[in-house]
Design a protein around this ligand. Structure first.
Ligand code: PLP
Length: 395
């Protein structure tokens, strides 16, 4: 008999992908320039030239048998060393290659980390709104999600509410900063308050609570610092990806870093390796691991996103939309003009505006606008945003 959970998941529509597919269909029907697709988080900035040059050189000059061969399960020694050295250099920590596990993007990093630290019946706390796949990966690990809304005023962590959600079943908390879908960065002050609370709960309950920090947008920021979570909390596991920072989402490359500040780092690292093995996430792309060695400190090109952010917020300010000023990532969290965000997004479609409702992120009353699009799309969307606003003012 088929696995019923897998069958159910396969059957469950992914609403963001559906909206994206609808956009492609509409573009074919009425012309690409008439559809304002703000649905998906696919980087719109080209991959840095250094990445392309490195890949070209590797393909031309390396022995193809070695280049395309298996690496050790956790990754090539030189790649894990390059990542550890980069972390050590940038954050002043004593990172060791052993604590790095190369993965196929942040998705695999998160699925592995959750399976490493959760057992059947455990709970994982997550602030809402959040990237919805977390729930799928937690369930694979046998854990259930406990959702705690962020502070409604600024979408920082609501520490008293998070504290109230912690209990003896809590195995992990997932945080994501810069955040998808809000674009917020948790401040050092907010993180200090939150991590102090979590450490006190660990003491009280007598077991570690792992803080899984999902960081695919770490480099995409507009002036604010992204605090380095291991500086705030002992039991931190970082899930990183090059999907957004180097515009490589289709290539599936990232890593897990188990903070060496935790006393049981060696054991957690073994559990990460075991979970990777159990899930079949071993030997990430050999070619892209070699790319990481050469490009580990390659900066992200955020200027196009910064320009889009200015353009979009300028338009929305002029029209009177409310939003959370984005500090990072390439999403604008905008207040829907009615309580039901799905109804609002349906109405937006009448004006060929494709926006993602808050319900896709287990929240309500807001929408996500992905501004990783061409600046033309943003400029040309102004009349559509104006007409959408007018349609509510008429009502
Ligand atoms: N976490 C968040 C918050 C994301 O937005 C995404 C992708 O959009 C992922 C994880 C998965 O990233 P990856 O492409 O590296 O698997």
């Amino acid at each position: 008999m088929l696995n019923q959970r897998s069958l159910g998941l396969g059957n469950q529509p992914n609403k963001i992908r559906e909206l994206f597919a609808y956009g492609l269909q509409r573009k074919a029907q009425i012309g690409a320039d008439k559809v304002f697709d703000f649905s998906i988080g696919n980087p719109s900035v080209p991959t840095p030239a250094k990445v392309t040059e490195t890949l070209t050189t590797l393909l031309r000059e390396e022995d193809p048998v070695a280049l395309h061969g298996y690496t050790p399960s956790a990754g090539a020694a030189e790649t894990r060393a390059a990542v550890a050295e980069s972390l050590a250099r940038r954050f002043g920590i004593d990172a060791k290659p052993d604590q790095v596990y190369m993965t196929t993007g942040a998705a695999a990093a998160l699925a592995i980390s959750l399976s490493a630290v959760c057992s059947e019946g455990d709970e994982v706390i997550v602030p809402t709104p959040y990237f919805p796949e977390y729930g799928v990966w937690a369930a694979t690990a046998g854990a259930s999600m406990v959702e705690v809304p962020c502070r409604p005023s600024d979408f920082q962590l609501d520490v008293p509410a998070m504290a109230a959600a912690v209990n003896e079943k809590t195995a992990a908390v997932i945080i994501n900063s810069p955040n998808n879908p809000v674009g917020s960065i948790y401040s050092a002050e907010n993180l200090t308050e939150f991590c102090d609370m979590l450490a006190a709960k660990e003491q009280e309950l007598g077991h570690p609570i792992y803080l899984i920090s999902d960081e695919p947008y770490r480099e995409i920021t507009y002036g604010d610092e992204v605090p380095f979570v291991p500086d705030f909390y002992e039991h931190t596991i970082i899930c990183y990806s090059y999907s957004k920072s180097l515009s490589l989402p289709g290539e599936r490359i990232g890593y897990i870093y188990v903070s060496n500040k935790m006393a049981n780092a060696a054991e957690v690292t073994l559990a990460v390796q075991g979970a990777g093995r159990a899930l079949g996430y071993v030997c990430a792309s050999s070619l892209f691991q070699k790319m990481v060695v050469a490009c580990v400190d390659e900066p992200s090109d955020v200027e196009a996103y910064r320009a889009n952010r200015e353009l979009l917020t300028g338009i929305l300010d002029e029209l009177g939309y409310e939003y959370i000023a984005p500090q990072g990532a390439f999403y604008l969290w905008t207040k829907a003009l009615e309580a039901d965000s799905e109804a609002f997004c349906e109405r937006a479609k009448d004006y060929e505006l494709l926006l993602v409702p808050a319900t896709c992120f287990r929240s309500e009353g807001w929408v996500r606008i992905s501004y990783c699009v061409s600046s033309e799309t943003i400029k040309n969307s102004k009349p559509a945003f104006a007409a959408l606003m007018n349609s509510y003012q008429r009502a």
